[in-house]
Design a binder for this molecule. Structure first.
Ligand code: ADP
Ligand code: MG
Length: 246
């Protein structure tokens, strides 16, 4: 079980996340939607502590961390949480100086201290799972955006995280290439991967999310099934946002 409790984050005077409460069931996909600037990326970054929340509590399985204003969290707790998360970014962010397979191996070798043959074997399995094993020895820049994003997904999954965080994973892609990535995420969801993803992609949210959460101005305005949020929103703010993306 993954829980965010009263997560608060400010950048200076700007209150970006206002007491966010969110529980994610294991093996389920939650889509985070909302206008640009509503705090979606910050929320994802708070789950893996790329941003440290000012206050609140994070629970990832057996690891819990309570954030106290003005007090940096213990390094071990930060690492324990990070190891349980994998992150996929809008712009892939592959290491350009490493081959595809080396990108996927990197965290296993440097963070988890796996030996290279074992890491390579795991990386090749993951590349196969995202349908791109034939590109293992290619350079990232020679791949299409959809292929690069699939490598990024394999890399994020390498340490077997409890949750895959995806920040607009299809936004930088043309429709055809986005479809490839949606298909990979759909199959991971079907296999029971727990995911939290920020997305403007209705097809992605509607086809794989069990729950849709609408964030506006740093607050959760409404959440529910994709059908409820997209076709019969309860809140006027949700309705007007949904109208802009459908
Ligand atoms: P979204 O992903 O929904 O578009 P973000 O989480 O990126 O929203 O941003 C929420 C708000 O926080 C925006 O107003 C953004 O400018 C601000 N913000 C995000 N990151 C930082 C930062 N590192 N420093 C200052 N302000 C930030
Ligand atoms: Mg964002």
């Amino acid at each position: 079980m993954i829980r965010l409790e009263h997560i608060d984050k400010r950048f200076g005077d700007h209150h970006v996340l206002k007491s966010i409460d969110l529980a994610l069931a294991e093996n389920s996909v939650t889509a985070l939607i909302g206008p640009s600037g509503s705090g979606k990326s910050t929320l994802l970054r708070c789950v893996n502590l790329l941003e440290v929340p000012d206050a609140g509590r994070l629970v990832l399985g057996s690891t819990a961390l309570t954030l106290v204003p003005g007090k940096a969290p213990a390094r071990e707790s930060v690492q324990a949480i990070r190891r349980k998360t994998g992150m996929v970014f809008q712009n892939f962010q592959l290491f350009p100086h490493l081959s595809v397979v080396a990108n996927v191996m990197e965290g296993l070798v440097t963070v988890q201290r796996w030996d290279r043959p074992r890491a390579r074997k795991r990386a090749l399995e993951l590349l196969d799972r995202v349908g791109i094993a034939d590109k293992a020895d290619a350079w990232p820049t020679t791949l299409s955006g959809g292929q690069q994003q699939r490598v990024a997904i394999a890399r994020a999954l390498a340490p077997s995280p409890q949750i895959l965080l995806c920040d607009e994973p299809t936004s930088a892609l043309d429709p055809g290439l986005a479809a490839e990535v949606v298909e990979v995420l759909r199959s991971l969801a079907a296999e029971g991967t727990t995911m939290l993803m920020a997305t403007h992609d209705l097809r992605l949210a509607a086809t794989i999310a069990r729950e849709v959460v609408f964030l506006s101005d740093g607050e959760i305005v409404e959440s529910g099934t994709p059908r409820d949020v997209f076709t019969r929103p309860r809140e006027p703010r949700t309705a007007s946002f949904v109208a802009t993306i459908t």
